[in-house]
Design a protein around this ligand. Structure first.
Ligand SMILES: *Cc1c(COP(=O)(O)O)cnc(C)c1O
Length: 365
């Protein structure tokens, strides 16, 4: 069977280096807030081109902490509105709700799956304080337009980069476009830890200092607490593993981009719509997502051929139990996307023959 994502095989490529690193951290006797975290933060900030990178416990916390910090700094009040895509993974929206701000959903573009930037301005009210673009499936949003709108209306831009590590648009990386950005290092993400992990990038010194206190019980100096903070730290082991894997990220992305280009060039079937790519480097292919009208039929057909596929995501946020208050709202493009999408296997350890098998099966469908 061709697995959707063989994480074991991905990490096995680096087994010796990861084991040496594990031993180093084990023997150091220092497991929280030490040199491994410092080193990873320096490397990741340098990779993204930002002044700061701050390790946190996971991607959801990264987004929650950015919004929380802007509240502490007086930029956001409870009840303020943040514009967010209607077809994102639920975490982007939960981060807004968790801070008692109001998520305002914006329909995506059917071809790129990203927030339709031409709809943003019509949703801005006197309570709108930020735009939270999500670089879904690994492709950067229309950041030039989003930036311009944000400046015009004095809004913060908070990027959800959980799927877009290393994506580049106009020589600028994901995580360096907005005022701040949240990353996830969930094991299946482009840069995956061996457990949970996340980071925040920003060029804003004041924001960075506030977040560093918030993630550590609200404490800026040991046993002194500025805020009613939380505990959301990236531990030494995960930071050390991530430093190893960060060095491999660009090579893995290049391999994935080659496979994605094969899919784009060689899948020819009028029943299947391929994703639209704005710029070659702007997409890092966290997921290769196709659309088809009889999605479940295609999923089962591929399964019978030994090809595992996954749906990202089957239920849109406004149809979730958790957001009952939105269940009657209509977001037709999002609903269409959720009904039609199917993610193909795509990773740096997929062989030439496996890719061939997948393309042939799709063309014969
Ligand atoms: C994975 C993901 C998150 C959350 O990251 P976790 O590390 O799992 O908390 C947030 N937003 C998007 C778009 C994601 O894909």
């Amino acid at each position: 069977m061709i697995k959707f994502l063989d994480i074991q095989k991905i990490n096995a490529q680096y087994k010796n280096e990861l084991l040496e690193t594990f031993t180093r951290v084990l023997d150091s006797g220092w497991y929280i807030m030490g040199n491994e975290l410092k080193e990873f933060e320096i490397q990741f900030a340098s990779y993204c081109g930002t002044k700061h990178a701050i390790g946190v416990a996971n991607g959801l916390d990264a987004l929650i902490l950015i919004i929380r910090a802007y509240k502490e700094m007086g930029w956001f009040q409870e009840g303020d509105e943040i514009l967010v895509p209607s077809n994102t993974y639920i975490a982007s929206i939960l981060a807004i709700s968790a801070n008692n701000l109001i998520p305002i959903l914006i329909e995506p573009n059917l071809e790129t799956f990203n927030m339709n930037s031409s709809l943003i301005e019509s949703k801005i009210t006197s309570r709108t304080k930020a735009i939270l673009p999500v670089h879904l499936y690994g492709q950067l949003c229309d950041m030039v337009v989003i930036d311009t709108i944000a400046k015009k209306h004095n809004l913060k831009v908070i990027e959800d980069c959980a799927q877009a590590h290393g994506a580049i648009l106009k020589n600028k990386k994901a995580g360096n476009w907005g005022d701040a950005a949240g990353f996830s290092f969930y094991p299946g993400k482009n840069l995956g830890a061996l457990g949970d992990g996340g980071a925040i990038t920003t060029n804003d010194d004041e924001l960075a200092a506030c977040i560093r206190a918030l993630l550590n019980y609200g404490s800026h100096v040991k046993y002194q607490n500025l805020y009613k903070g939380i505990n959301s730290r990236l531990d030494e082991l995960q930071a050390a593993m991530l430093t190893v894997k960060l060095k491999k990220l660009d090579l893995e992305t290049k391999t994935k981009r080659n496979i994605a280009n094969r899919y784009l060039n060689e899948i020819v079937n009028s029943k299947i719509s391929l994703p639209e790519v704005k710029e070659n480097l702007a997409h890092v292919w966290h997921l290769f997502v196709i659309r088809t009208v009889k999605r479940d039929d295609l999923h089962n057909y591929l399964k019978d051929k030994g090809i595992q596929t996954v749906i990202h995501y089957p239920i849109p946020p406004h149809k979730q139990e958790a957001y009952k208050e939105w269940n009657n709202l209509s977001f037709p493009i999002s609903e269409q996307i959720h009904n039609e999408v199917l993610s193909l296997p795509l990773s740096a350890v997929l062989s030439f023959e496996e890719v061939e098998t997948i393309i042939r099966a799709l063309n014969e469908y």
